[in-house]
Ligand binder design. Structure first.
Ligand code: GLP
Length: 253
């Protein structure tokens, strides 16, 4: 895992956007995996800037989002569908047919998961996956558990996630209890991954991610066995002054 500690949110966003842009330039027909949440918002803003000012071309790009709340329609302001169009897709020259987000309002969630996984396989997998991390170490909506699902599936959200994500809703009761998410194997098969983490509340999960231990109760820790992950991380979480030997983390957490 390549670790890049960054000292400002803007710099982190610019760096992530630069990596994504570089990959698009190298391979215009790239397949990108996208995440939502507050962490990648600045990266999307930067990518829109690169499109407007430097003509970064999204016309051949295909995207797959990691996850979606079950029960929310695309028009719901808290759906990930709405988020992606509002913050990114509406502002660049991406083709509607190349955008993929699990359907939160599907009548048949199990079938929707199968179809979604099949679409990813059909195109040959994801070239570059952007990830955030939940306070409990989830990626996408792969929640800590004894068993993790490999493929795209329906998941029951943990109380911790419901509480953390309630900041986007009117109240706790409005937060959907279930979601569709890519599975850990779907994510791990991506050729390249950028994991972004900003804010001190991400310190605990991030230290576990780089600890050298892999545990299903920190799903993001599986990323340690992937051979091309760039961790773009808040310097407050990871810096040479606070951290000298990553292998000693488990005792300190
Ligand atoms: C949600 C999403 C994740 C995201 C996480 C962290 O649960 N399903 O993909 O990484 O939130 O979000 P934030 O960046 O807002 O902390």
């Amino acid at each position: 895992m390549e670790i890049k500690p960054i000292n400002s949110y803007n710099k982190m966003s610019k760096l992530a956007a630069k990596i994504v842009a570089g990959q698009i330039i190298n391979k215009p027909k790239i397949v990108l995996g996208f995440a939502t949440g507050s962490t990648p918002l600045g990266m999307y803003r930067e990518l829109v800037e690169l499109y407007k000012k430097s003509r970064l071309d999204f016309s051949k790009v295909t995207t797959f989002n990691l996850d979606e709340y079950l029960g929310l329609s695309p028009e719901h302001p808290q759906s990930y569908h709405y988020y992606m169009y509002e913050n990114f897709f509406n502002h660049v020259n991406i083709e509607e047919k190349n955008i993929h987000i699990p359907k939160g309002d599907t009548k048949n969630p199990v079938q929707e998961c199968r179809n979604y996984e099949r679409e990813i396989e059909k195109i040959g997998g994801i070239d570059l996956q952007v990830l955030g991390i939940g306070v409990n170490g989830h990626v996408g909506f792969n929640e800590p558990n004894i068993n993790l699902e490999a493929r795209t599936h329906v998941i029951q959200l943990s109380n911790e996630t419901i509480r953390a994500n309630s900041r986007f809703f009117k109240n706790l009761d409005e937060v959907p209890r279930k979601a569709i998410t890519m599975g850990m194997a779907t994510i791990m098969k991506s050729k390249k991954i950028i994991l972004m983490a900003w804010g001190v509340e991400k310190k605990k999960p991030i230290l576990k991610v780089i600890s050298g231990h892999i545990a299903t109760d920190v799903p993001a820790s599986l990323l340690q066995v992937h051979n091309d992950v760039i961790l773009v991380v808040d310097k407050k979480i990871y810096s040479s002054s606070t951290v000298t030997d990553p292998l000693s983390y488990p005792d300190k957490i």
